[in-house]
Design a protein around this ligand. Structure first.
Ligand code: UD1
Length: 424
């Protein structure tokens, strides 16, 4: 398997183009199942997870035309005239947990679906009970057997009021898509309100869905008979953007993040500003800089949006390893999302974990080492650590990075980082 080799200590200077958001693109692609009319999606990132979703959709019978658009990502035109197969097989779903997002659309349009129970990142148990309970409330009959969710709604889905006992991005997306074609009104209470859900809702509205409360935690959906054609451009990836902002914070220097949006990363930006990093929006570019001044430790607690994102927790921890003072980093969304801690320690970080909080005491500098991570954001946090460390860092097992970061090493190298992919 490829690895990434980094020689730390080079400041980043230049411009990095932010790609379309992976976590918006995945549900948007699944929404293609909801209509027999063409759905055109632009600004799709070139990522392994997108390939996995396209492969899954092709198996269901979705016809896919892909075009390259240079800096503007890829464009896909999806057409789903008929259902070829109602099964989302284990071999695909195990690679990517977001495969569960086909469940709602398949059930809404064809009244049946069989979806393998997901695997995905090794960051806790990550059940799908909220998806299943919600669909049951909408009249679906669901059996769990042989590792599969087998769902039927012989008379179609029926609108219902569903109050999520805890906030779930995926369950909100699945039920939102399902509700667009259900009979009557569906109310989703305590819905997640991540920007990717707003992006999905806007696309569904363009397809003819009737949705109120977009951007809030109360979504009201009046089901329609059928959805139509639409064109939609995927919003920029706020986690990729915040990750590169954190990279500049680690290395020093100044970078313009093209397409980066401060309004989408306010919680992370707040932490970076408190730590001593500069951030300013200039039109479509987000400028990030740190000149000389040392970083200060800042406490962080992960929360659903608009709180501090769990998907930035590992990167901020990496940053805090060399900040002045201490930082308490508390993870409230996923259990077991501290796999990067062991590896950061091997690079010289001083981190003490107590339950769901990691206490990071800043050290002057990390030292390069061979490291490896078992999930996407943990892997990128090790890249950030390597960019700031003394000497050589080798990040092994990087297939997770390719799931979520488009041409990571090329984007960083173009800004002066000494980083390369080493084929096995
Ligand atoms: C999405 C994101 C992921 C991000 C996460 C939280 C995508 C493709 N992935 O994942 O990058 O880290 O949101 O912001 O958009 N839960 C249940 N039962 C369920 C569903 C979830 O208990 O049925 C729990 C999970 O175990 C977790 C919490 O709810 O502890 C939040 O998970 P959720 O918001 O559903 O995350 P995903 O949609 O899987």
């Amino acid at each position: 398997m490829d690895s990434i080799r980094i020689i730390g200590g080079r400041p980043l200077e230049g411009r990095i183009r932010i790609s379309g958001a992976k976590n918006a693109a995945l549900p948007l692609l699944a929404a293609g199942l909801l209509t027999d009319r063409p759905l055109m999606l632009g600004n799709l990132p070139r990522l392994a997870d997108i390939e996995t979703m396209l492969q899954l959709l092709a198996g269901h019978g979705v016809e896919i035309d892909l075009a390259e658009n240079g800096e503007a990502g890829r464009t896909a035109i999806l057409r789903t005239p008929t259902l070829a197969d109602d099964t989302a097989p284990y071999d695909i779903v195990r690679k990517m947990r977001a495969s569960i997002l086909v469940l709602g659309p398949l059930l809404a349009r064809w009244h049946r679906a069989r979806v393998s129970l997901p695997g995905g990142c090794a960051i806790g148990s990550r059940p799908v009970d909220l998806h299943i309970d919600g669909l049951r409330r909408m009249g679906a009959e669901i059996d769990l057997a042989d590792g599969y969710v087998a769902a039927r709604a012989p008379d179609g889905l029926i609108g219902a009021t569903i109050r999520f006992p805890s906030v779930s991005v995926g369950a909100t997306e699945n039920l939102l898509m399902a509700a667009t074609l259900a009979r009557g009104q569906t109310v989703l209470e305590n819905a997640a309100r991540e920007p990717e859900i707003t992006d999905l809702a806007n696309c569904l509205v363009a397809m003819g869905a009737r949705i109120d409360g977009i951007g809030s935690d109360l979504l009201t959906v009046d089901g329609v008979e059928a959805l139509g054609a639409a064109e939609h451009h995927v919003l920029p990836d706020r986690i990729e953007c915040a990750t590169y902002a954190a990279a500049v914070a680690v290395t020093g220097g100044a970078v313009d993040l093209a397409g980066g949006r401060l309004d989408l990363i306010e919680a992370t930006a707040g932490v970076l500003l408190d730590a001593g990093v500069g951030l300013e929006q200039h039109g479509d570019d987000l400028r990030v800089w740190r000149n000389g001044a040392s970083l200060k430790g800042v406490d962080v607690t992960t929360q659903p949006y608009p709180g501090f994102p769990t998907d930035m927790q590992a990167q901020i921890m990496s940053l805090m390893t060399t900040a002045e003072g201490a930082a308490a980093i508390t993870e409230t969304i996923f259990e077991n999302r501290f796999m990067h801690v062991q590896e950061l320690r091997r690079m010289g970080a001083d981190i003490l974990v107590k339950g769901s909080t990691a206490l990071v005491r800043g050290v002057p500098r990390l030292s390069g080492a061979p490291v490896m991570a078992t999930d996407l954001r943990a892997s990128v946090s090790l890249v950030l650590a390597g960019l700031g460390a003394e000497g050589e860092t080798r990040v092994n097992r990087i297939y997770h990075l390719d799931r979520g970061y488009e041409r990571l090493e090329a984007k960083l190298a173009a800004c002066g980082a000494e980083i390369e992919r080493v084929p096995e």
